[in-house]
Structure formats: structure tokens, C-alpha cells
Design a protein around this ligand. Sequence first.
Ligand code: AP5
Length: 221
Amino acid sequence: MIPGARLIILGRQGAGKGTQCVRLSRHFVVPHISTGDMLRAAVREQTDLGVMAKEIMDAGGLVSDDIMIGIVRDRLKAADADTRGYILDGFPRTIDQAVALDAITEELAKPIDVVLDLNVPREIVLERISSRRVCRDCGTNYTSDGHDPTPWICDVCGGDVLQRDDDTPDSVNRRLDLYEEQTFPLMRHYGDQGRLAVVNGVGKPSSVFDRLVKAVDNSRT
Ligand code: AP5
């Protein structure tokens, strides 16, 4: 049986983290823990967290470190993540979140195997995001060819396929600027720990997936 894994995936908005995590999660048989998906579920359910987070997310801002660290700490202690590991997508996003995650993994005595930096240039992610459509119910990604069917029904669950509320040009540019300011410094943090693997995220999704699996396998040799 394939061994589990404890992975972090970094990369600009639209780099394909969510797309690849679906495949990596199946390959390594570990849960895909996406803080963006967790927040979007809270928004749909109109919990206190969701009501607070929606405005921040739509504007392309970041939810506070304290809240995000608490959510991830609880999630990593759940039985599935504790047993086989996980792929963390969207967390950490700031140095404070990375330092808190170092402390959580140390407390659990289960260190991260490797941090994957899915590297895609800004001009390419802007194109990908402008044509991204997402199922409101199950989160499956689709790519628009400029002629969206109305209504567009998800092949997987029958939900409505729409553009994300935060995929407006202003919000996307703010998220990309915040990525350079707040998240890019994590490359150095994890590089200094000897855990960082930079992977080219341009090309067919299947080729990108092969590169990611190779990077994880290499980190274990
Ligand atoms: P989150 O959901 O994490 O969004 P994001 O970081 O903006 O990332 P994306 O979902 O936009 O990109 P992706 O890399 O997953 O790309 P995808 O696979 O969809 O976070 C949303 C918000 O929540 C944040 O803005 C923030 O407000 C809040 N938040 C979340 N975590 C937080 C935290 N830790 N702290 C504070 N706030 C937090 O791919 C994009 C498109 O490209 C798709 O259409 C896809 O089909 C296509 N595509 C993928 N791969 C390829 C390929 N190889 N070739 C061509 N097209 C491709």
C-alpha cells in the first residue's frame, strides 16, 4: 500500500492547487484540507465564521491568523489526518501561520514531509482565473470557453456551475499582491528548513501531477 504523506502546497491563486490536490489526495489516500473550501462551506451555511469571512474573501483580503490557525489546529487532530496525513491547501499563507503550524506539527510529533511550490507566472494565472467556473455545491472546477451554458449544471452532483464571487479582476489582483507580500516569504522559511520543492505548474494537468508526485517521492529518498 502506498504510504501516506503530510504535504503543504503553495502557489499563486489560480496556479492549480485545488485541481492537483484532488488528484494527490486520491494518489496518497489522504484528505485534501483546503482552508478556502472550509471558509466557502461556512459562507454557504451562514455560520458566524461564514458571515464574517464572506466580506473579506469577496474583497480578496485574508481572514485573521488567529481564526485560521484555530481551524487548522482542530482539523489536523481529526482521525483521518492523524492516521495517514493530509495535503494542506491555502494554509499557511503568512509567516505567523507557518510558525504556528511548525508548533502544531511538533506538538503532534508529525513533521511535514515536503512543501510543494506550484510555480505558475502571474500572467498565466490571470488567464486561468478569468475562465474558471466552479460548482457551487461540490466545488468541481470547470473552464469556460467564453460560451457558458445557462443554466450550467455540474456533471458530478447536478449543482449550479458559476463564477466564484471572489474571481472579479479587483479581488484577484488584490489576492495576487497579497500573495507576493505575505505568502512569498514562506519560500525562504521552508527553504531554510530544507523542505521546499519548486515544481513547474505550467503544462497539462496530468504532466503537472506527475511532477508533483516525483517531487514527493524524491523528498523521501
Ligand atoms: P482559496 O480557496 O485558497 O483561493 P486561492 O488561494 O485564491 O486559490 P484558488 O482557489 O484561486 O487557486 P488554485 O491554485 O486552487 O487554482 P485552481 O485549481 O482552482 O482562498 C479563498 C479565500 O479564502 C482567500 O482569498 C482568503 O480570503 C481566504 N483564506 C483561505 N485560506 C486562508 C488563510 N490561510 N488565511 C487567511 N485567509 C484565508 O485552478 C484555477 C483554474 O485553472 C481552474 O479553472 C482550473 O481548471 C485551471 N487549471 C488548473 N490547472 C491547470 C493547468 N495545468 N493548465 C490549465 N488550466 C489549469
